[in-house]
Design a protein around this ligand. Structure first.
Ligand code: GLU
Length: 471
């Protein structure tokens, strides 16, 4: 049995967003499911746009999401270095091998010449293919041009009249005619290598067996397979996953609500919420409950990857966030809430408070409202609560204040007010909630009342009694 190795190969030219982080997640899930290895490779060949701080940020994001790589930067492994910027010598070596076998040739065509040729082809309705002008230069001609110092690229000599075929894990059998591809550039005139070459070569040299990546890379795959085959290297299995689109079907962008992992973290999303959301975007799970990473991995199935684009939906993400808040262990919940609460919540009550309000918060900031509703000396009232209070008789509050005991048992309090006033249901609970918390909905009162405490609760009920009397 082949040991599976998957990889994430980001270019550190920006922060990780939903799209690329989902690719990382799918690869990590596949590796975990198959007890294989998940590898991280940094594709930092674009010197202009690659930044060390983006590499640091993406490593931090992957760690935060709980997607650690067993091979790659900081983790080591036999296939390193794992930064493409450190692999130039490897690429030169394999280019030399291709050249020695006649699979690549130097091309001296200038950008202007190539542009003209493209225009001519376009004018006659043909797709742009390299004309093959330099494909058969004689060795003396090549020598002469090089001696003149003419800049040149290396092109891969695509066989004519053949087909490149492969079985895509998501999209099934794919067939490309080599004639439609033409001879493509492997190394540019400035010495930098084309994406196809270094990406495919590194996958093969690092022993990657499965590549799950965005479908925008589908058209690169036949070139990559051709190159690896020419080098007698093992071709990985490819699966091109559908892209993520916004509500209008357009590619997800900053404007349509795409968030970076860093932003998600800063907003207070739990990693498990992000993972559960993304794992279900373009991949169907039978289970509808929040799953931890191992269970997400166990349920991950290549045959459940959809071809239709995944539609980004913030409400769904928030659904998983609510689940994550509900399931968080109490220590984690307190740690998550604490920075947003400052001194509003007495430390001794933090655990009880956090547990009582978890059904009513999506983000740490949301807890501020409940911290006030419980602990504020001067209780702010929502307009709905004010209205409820205005419509309730002072009698009601007199009974309530009298019925309140130091046991702070809300069921007993409600029962007493009910017998004294004859009110029940909403008419009973809404004024109690409004007076005690300043809100008309929220966490369960039996859990809040002990936190509000006798003095404050009594004050809140009687204060309202007085103000209604004065009115
Ligand atoms: N560096 C490429 C990217 O971020 C990798 C593509 C691939 O996964 O093969 O798009």
């Amino acid at each position: 049995m082949r040991i599976i190795k998957t990889r994430f190969a980001p270019s550190p030219t920006g922060l990780l967003h939903f799209g690329n982080v989902r690719t990382a997640l799918f690869n990590a899930l596949l590796a975990r499911k198959e007890r294989g290895t998940f590898l991280l490779r940094i594709e930092d060949t674009d010197q202009e746009r690659s930044r060390a701080e983006y590499t640091r940020a993406l490593e931090e994001d992957l760690r935060w999401l709980g997607l650690p790589w067993a091979e790659g930067p900081h983790a080591g492994g036999e296939g390193g270095p794992y930064f493409q910027s450190e692999r130039q010598a490897v690429y030169e070596r394999y280019l030399g091998q291709l050249e020695g076998a006649g699979h690549v040739y130097p091309c001296f065509c200038s950008p202007v010449e190539l542009e003209i040729s493209r225009k001519v082809q376009a004018a006659s309705g043909r797709p742009p293919r390299y004309s093959g002008k330099c494909a058969h230069l004689k060795p003396e001609e090549v020598e002469r041009k090089r001696a003149q110092g003419l800049p040149f690229t290396y092109r891969y000599r695509m066989p004519r009249g053949e087909k490149v075929e492969f079985e895509d894990l998501v999209r099934g059998r794919q067939t490309y005619a080599t004639d439609d591809i033409g001879d493509f550039i492997v190394r540019r005139s400035d010495g930098t290598f084309a994406f196809f070459f270094v990406n495919a070569l590194d996958d093969a040299l690092m022993g990657v067996t499965h590549v799950l990546r965005g479908e925008d890379h589908l058209a690169n795959t036949p070139r990559q397979i051709a190159l690896l085959s020419a080098l007698n290297l093992t071709v990985p299995v490819y699966g091109h996953i559908s892209l993520i689109v916004d509500g209008h079907g357009a590619p997800l962008s900053k404007r349509s609500g795409s968030l970076s992992v860093q932003e998600l973290r800063e907003l207070g999303y739990f990693p498990s919420a992000v993972n559960n959301y993304l794992a279900r975007l373009g991949h169907a799970y039978a289970q509808t409950e929040l799953l931890d990473f191992d269970h997400l991995a166990a349920g991950f199935d290549l045959s459940s990857l959809g071809r239709a684009p995944g539609r980004y939906d913030r409400a769904q993400l928030d659904h998983w966030q609510a689940q994550a808040v509900l399931r968080a262990d109490l220590d984690a919940l307190c740690e998550w809430l604490a920075p947003a609460l400052s001194e509003d919540v007495p430390t001794a009550h933090l655990r009880q408070f956090a547990d009582a309000i978890r059904d009513n918060v999506l983000f740490p900031q949301d807890a501020r409202l409940w911290a006030q509703a419980v602990f504020a000396e001067r209780l702010p009232l929502s307009s709905e609560a004010r209205q409820v209070l205005e419509e309730t008789s002072p009698e009601f509050f007199r009974h309530a204040a009298q019925a309140l005991t130091r046991e702070l048992d809300f069921a007993v309090l409600a029962q007493q007010v009910k017998s004294a006033t004859g009110l029940k249901g909403k008419a009973l609970f809404l004024p109690l909630r409004a007076a005690l918390t300043g809100q008309v909905s929220g966490p369960e009162l039996p859990r809040l009342l002990p936190l509000i405490g006798f003095e404050r609760a009594h004050h809140r009920l009687s204060e309202h009694l007085l103000s209604t009397q004065i009115d």
